[in-house]
Ligand binder design. Structure first.
Ligand code: AHR
Length: 512
């Protein structure tokens, strides 16, 4: 009461001071599994994503295998990346795989017309990519050329990759150093076929998909998981036509691309650093559109595929800002702030919560491009705030999904509102429960009371990711400004879990 009177005297209303509260009720009532492939990554021949990011000059003083930098590999191994999508993106529909096999000195060069018009020397090709995947312990996801390639070219690439018998192509593969088949499963049939992948209509692409996918053969040691090029964000008609004209049985997955912009303007997207609360808020608001998109696309898929055989594959997502000043606009190099981490935590919660339909997703992009996990500067490397979110969330991979009910206060800015708290939860094979919570509110902490149905636990521990400002970043000079810390804001109170989420934070809890 004394505090209330003092606040009134100071002219501060009690409501604006009052501790905000949320509640979660968690139950054991689901048989769905959160596929580890939701935590996938994307590496395109774009800017310094491959060249400088994964594949470096022989003279660069970093540990390497062949020309693959191992500092990057080791950091990615730690967060258990389940798959890596390659070679694009838009690049995929201009990529001819034969240019990237055989002796490197004899490989033809090409112009990367999509990304900066730079010369691509094809030194990183099929064998190099699959060697990288092997080092990472990750599943390759190859995105093949429909836009400017032929059915024969795609068909032969699959044979080169996956056939275990005697053929001219397997002889060539052996001659290039790999006797055994690579057994690649995840196989994209075109990329953004509505845009850079050929500007097709969904009706036309459906027919093309059926033709290309027919000759991308299954071989005895590798049955393909064919993924059709999907919708541009809210284009529901694309999903409708693909589900109707291609349908379950012919595709393992149907993709969806959605990027979060700070503004709604592709010409002036907004900076990656140094922004104020206005663009912080609008970025978060735009990132929450993902919930609406996956709900709407899933509903269409349910109509044609009620047994949920076709996966929704969100194989490009992330924050897309203006490039860092002074860098090549075609290279899409951007810094990564606490804001990006909050978007990543929120988006991964959305994917976990839709794990009955979303079986795969890839952040764009892994190193040095868009919302990257890792930035490099010659031999230097830093882990971004987004990297740490994937580290904190890796416990959800292949765990049993736990459904919940959430009530949350809003985060209000300038008359606009978004839900302040989002959450997802799972139970791992050892019976540990993992809850990941995000508080988007830039200023207010939020007390969360969690109750449980059919879940017994004794102790809680956790990690938190936050920082003084939402625009804070890790730099090569100060690489650990944002990194997870031990969380002390959770306690057991009878059967309940009481958590105080700091403003603008991501919290990962483990219940034993
Ligand atoms: O990730 C960058 C680009 O965004 C990809 O090449 C393309 O598929 C998308 O438009």
């Amino acid at each position: 009461m004394k505090k209330y009177i003092l606040l009134l005297l100071a002219g501060i209303s009690y409501n604006s001071y009052a501790q905000k509260t949320a509640s979660v009720t968690l139950s054991n009532d689901s048989k769905d599994t959160i596929s580890r492939h939701i935590y996938g990554q994307f590496a395109e021949h774009l800017g310094r994503g491959i060249y400088g990011g994964f594949w470096v000059d022989k003279t660069l003083p970093v540990p390497k295998q062949d020309r693959i930098r191992l500092d990057v590999v080791n950091a990615l191994k730690k967060i258990k990346i389940p798959n890596l999508r390659w070679p694009g993106g838009c690049f995929a529909d201009e990529y001819h795989w034969r240019d990237g096999v055989g002796p490197r000195t004899q490989r033809p060069k090409m112009i990367n017309t999509n990304w900066g018009g730079v010369v691509e020397d094809n030194s990183f090709g099929t064998h190099e990519f699959l060697e990288l995947c092997q080092l990472l312990g990750t599943a390759p996801y190859i995105s093949a050329n429909v836009g400017s390639g032929t059915v024969e070219e795609m068909s032969k690439w699959v044979e080169y990759l996956n056939f275990d018998g005697a053929s001219p192509l397997t002889k060539e593969r052996a001659g290039n150093g790999h006797l055994k088949p690579y057994n690649v499963e995840f196989f994209g049939v075109g990329n953004e076929s509505w845009g850079c992948g050929g500007n097709m209509t969904p009706e036309y692409y459906s027919n093309e998909y059926r033709r290309y996918a027919t000759y991308a053969r299954d071989y005895p040691t590798a049955k393909l998981k064919r993924i059709a090029s999907g919708s541009n964000g809210g284009d529901l008609n694309w999903t409708e036509v693909l589900m109707k004209n291609v349908g379950p049985g012919r595709m393992w997955g149907l993709s969806l691309h959605y990027y979060t912009l700070p503004t709604n303007n592709w010409k002036v997207k907004g900076p990656a650093t140094g922004f104020a609360e206005e663009q912080y808020f609008s970025t978060l608001k735009n990132s929450l559109v993902m919930e609406d998109l996956v709900t709407k696309h899933s509903a269409i898929m349910d109509k044609y595929d009620p047994k949920k055989k076709v996966a929704l594959v969100v194989d490009e997502w992330g924050v897309w800002t203006d490039v860092e000043p002074g860098t090549n606009p075609g290279f899409l190099y951007q810094q990564n702030s606490l804001r990006d981490a909050l978007v990543a935590g929120t988006t991964l919660n959305i994917f976990n919560n839709h794990c009955d339909r979303i079986k795969m997703a890839e952040l764009a992009q892994c190193v040095n491009v868009l919302q990257a996990l890792i930035l490099t500067d010659k031999e230097k490397m830093l882990l971004t705030p987004t990297y740490y979110v994937f580290d904190m969330y890796k416990v959800h991979q292949d765990a049993q999904y736990l459904p919940f009910k959430l009530t949350t206060p809003d985060y209000e800015y300038n008359g606009n509102k978004i839900p302040a708290v989002n959450v997802s939860a799972s139970k791992d094979k050892a019976g540990k429960v993992h809850i990941t919570l995000v508080n988007l509110d830039a200023k207010n902490s939020i007390s969360v009371t969690t109750e449980f149905k059919d879940i017994v636990w004794k102790a809680v521990s956790g990690q938190v990711l936050t920082s003084a400002g939402v625009a804070d970043i890790n730099t090569f000079a100060k690489p650990l400004t944002i990194a997870p810390k031990t969380f002390t804001g959770a306690r057991k109170d009878g059967d309940k879990l009481m958590v105080t989420l700091p403003a603008k934070s991501i919290v990962a809890l483990e219940l034993n």
